[in-house]
Write a protein that binds this ligand. Sequence first.
Ligand SMILES: *[C@@H]1O[C@H](CO)[C@@H](O)[C@H](O)[C@H]1NC(C)=O
Ligand SMILES: *[C@@H]1O[C@H](CO)[C@@H](O)[C@H](O)[C@H]1NC(C)=O
Ligand SMILES: *[C@@H]1O[C@H](CO)[C@@H](O)[C@H](O)[C@H]1NC(C)=O
Ligand SMILES: *[C@@H]1O[C@H](CO)[C@@H](O)[C@H](O)[C@H]1NC(C)=O
Ligand SMILES: *[C@@H]1O[C@H](CO)[C@@H](O)[C@H](O)[C@H]1NC(C)=O
Length: 762
Amino acid sequence: MSPSFLSSTFSFFIVLLYLGVFQISYGAQQSTYIVHMAKSQMPSSFDQHCLWYESSLRSVSESAELLYTYNNAINGFSTRLTPQEADSLMTHPGVISVLPEKRYELDTTRSSQFLGLDVHNAGLFPETTGASSDIVIGVLDSGVWPESKSFSDEGYGPVPSTWKGECEAGTNFTASLCNRKLVGARFFVRGNEATSGPVDESIESRSPRDDTGHGTHTSSTAAGSVVEGASLLGFANGTARGVASRARVAVYKVCWRYGGCSSSDILAGIDKAIEDNVNILSISLSNVAVDYYGDEIAIGAFSAMERGIFVSCSAGNRGPSPFSVRNVAPWITTVGAGTIDRDFRALVVLGNGKNYTGASLFKGDALPPKLLSFVYAGNASNNDTGNLCYPETLIPEKVKGKIVMCEDGGNSRIHKGEVVKAAGGLGMIVANTADDGEELQAVAYLSMAATVGQKAGDIIRNYVLTDPNPTATIVIQGTVVNVQPSPVLAAFSSRGPNRVTPNILKPDLIAPGVNILAGWTGAISPTGLDSDTRRVDFNILSGTSMSCPHVSGLAALLMSVHPRWSPAAIRSALMTTAYKTYKDGKQIIDIATVTPSTPFGYGAGHVSPMMATNPGLIYDLTTEDYLDFLCAMDYTSSDIEIVSRRSYTCDPSKTYSVADLNYPSFAVYVNRAGAYKYTRTVTSVGGVGTYSVKVTSEETTAVKIVVEPAVLNFKKVNEKKSYVVTFTVDLSKPSGFTSFGSIEWSDGKHVVSSPLTVYWNY
Ligand SMILES: *[C@@H]1O[C@H](CO)[C@@H](O)[C@H](O)[C@H]1NC(C)=O
Ligand SMILES: *[C@@H]1O[C@H](CO)[C@@H](O)[C@H](O)[C@H]1NC(C)=O
Ligand SMILES: *[C@@H]1O[C@H](CO)[C@@H](O)[C@H](O)[C@H]1NC(C)=O
Ligand SMILES: *[C@@H]1O[C@H](CO)[C@@H](O)[C@H](O)[C@H]1NC(C)=O
Ligand SMILES: *[C@@H]1O[C@H](CO)[C@@H](O)[C@H](O)[C@H]1NC(C)=O
């Protein structure tokens, strides 16, 4: 080893050490800020905006580094500052806002691991023409496992000539891993590293490689290639395919196993995706809904929308609580989750002769063919929370050789199963609480176990606690298809009303998001547990994270059939053709309560891909319409500039109303008696025809609904016609009362349906 190498190694070490000390002394006070700049105010002495940004930053800090300069998603940059520096930067000319960055979460189900979801994609759409292979779906997530067969490029033509993206190399990832299917892969880590320190490359790839599985799952759901013989441990066996299986995928890794998803990295991902020319952005991440100028996904999505990019986002997994819906900006398509017609059944057999159907993805030896002694965990523990089956709280003598009933809550269900097994138990039954109701999310248990719904759980608990000699067993029954009713609304799927703009209904619609099979990483087990040494090519997960990429894929298919449609037109087609009832006419069930769901749960309904190609009428929206919407929100000019990157002056002589945003649904938020008027304009994309309106409403006395005109006569294709809906409401209902209904236009061939909600709140 030469002396010069030694000395350079040594100085490198010094630099690292110095940085370490620097972070200890200043790190505690510094945090990451996103700085929005008014580009139009750039002094003429600068010829490049990045030099102006740099000079503005220098005016408050000599040493602060630019983490990112943004050019497309926003005008501005991100950096590390102390609160004092941030305040002082705020007063600098041309600075519109200095906002602390936030963390967004991945929307798989609430548990810390990504639990159970499979989607059966086959048959969702006919095999489309070559056009869909020119569509690129950008997925902002945890990266990709490029070796997954879902990203095989066999049979794909050349990469579309409009594509400008790249394949970035890093830990365990070379540029040659991209191909004609996976056309781009980038990673954004500066925001995460500035907060959490350098990525530990021995446990996490500092590259687009997916070490958590989530990004591989979402991107293969949206556009995975066709893979025959796919399954998780034999469950959900069949052919796996992305919804738009001919479309191309570009991944933008913004979520890290350690550190999560930082908004400075998310904005950088959106910024690049716009520059790279993606056609669709699929974002299965969320944070609590706040005003749009404080929500980086909403801000980035606005710029994407302006470029004709369709943005679909997860609605969040905070259901069934009301007001829990996230990603509510009206230029985003907000996707809730429903089930498909497939279950992974496990039968719980009790000594009293009764059987209850639960769910399990346990793959292993069956129990001996007889009833086994059955015990309630709370009666086999010295701990007052023994019923939750925390590690080392079960008494082995009371559990050995038995079936054990544990309660949900605290640790994950997979962990509970491990605790029962460690104490010598042969099997576990765990019951849902009210949070999940009757929803049976499948879990890849490492030992014999079954999840049962809340109702069965109550009966089983009563049996084990009262029978003098309780016995039970569990029989794994495997994959069952054609389960009815389906879909049902997932309990976890976040619900309206929309807390930011109550006069815009969110979520927009639902798509498959429970027990979905899609591609998986080779880096971790299907349960995400380190103690689980299994590695699988496909995994089954649940969440609005899984329903969002279904809609991203559907949008790609619609875009290929209707290349001139705007993102709003595509969303309109998906919403107005969505279904709310089963074939027997009964409303889609909310599995949290096993009662009919409402538009606050399913929005316009469940996507109906075939119908969406030919919607008849669409509700279109332009950038200008959204700017008027921001005026109607009473946003200041700087709030509007943060969202839209332009100085836009609301016309003081004009009356702006959120109710006039040309949205394909109606939400009335009642705080006074009287008339609420909503104006809409429909475009006839289905050609010539006469449409007449049908209004349905649960409540007919406290709210009266009139549509004028009631007939729309279209004489040519793409003709536009407007109508006004007047809701006349009295205050005879208590605050919190809701009424639902629909406004449907039909020419006899098409049915163009919009949900309506009325919410009394005072
Ligand atoms: C990178 O790949 C090597 C060899 O396959 C493996 O041993 C290592 O754990 C990987 N590192 C990460 C962070 O995945
Ligand atoms: C799944 O596997 C079962 C059992 O081997 C088989 O009967 C069934 O036909 C398979 N389903 C599909 C879709 O391949
Ligand atoms: C319960 O399941 C067991 C095992 O499959 C079966 O033998 C028994 O007949 C079932 N009992 C009822 C009442 O369905
Ligand atoms: C078993 O647990 C239940 C519920 O916690 C309790 O009511 C009951 O007294 C316990 N039985 C015994 C024998 O400890
Ligand atoms: C009960 O178990 C929990 C979790 O392991 C532990 O934190 C707690 O100290 C235990 N309580 C008792 C009384 O043993």
